[in-house]
Design a protein around this ligand. Structure first.
Ligand SMILES: [Zn+2]
Length: 91
């Protein structure tokens, strides 16, 4: 059974529909609320620099690491790891 996913843009979990597949065969989904299309492959989210940056921005705007993780359908420890790495690289 496919894990329930939240829209990475608006965070809704309802109204998420299958939207074909990308070139590598990963299932894509679309949010009926904001028309955002995204992939269900968590690895793509976890290692995309764009997603990291967005997650970090949202985190710094006041959302908890857990909230950010939930928004992106990923483990909150990923988010915390990015924060830590980013902090280390800025030294
Ligand atoms: Zn949405």
């Amino acid at each position: 059974m496919m894990e329930d996913r939240h829209c990475p843009k608006c965070g809704r979990s309802e109204g998420q529909v299958n939207f074909g597949k990308n070139r590598s065969g990963t299932q894509r989904r679309r949010c009926n609320w904001c028309k955002m299309t995204y992939t269900l492959d968590p690895k793509e989210w976890a290692y995309s620099e764009e997603v990291r940056q967005r997650a970090i921005e949202i985190y710094h705007s006041g959302m908890s690491g857990r909230g950010v993780g939930k928004l992106h359908g990923m483990n909150k420890s990923n988010v915390y790891n990015w924060m830590k790495k980013r902090k280390d690289s800025q030294k």
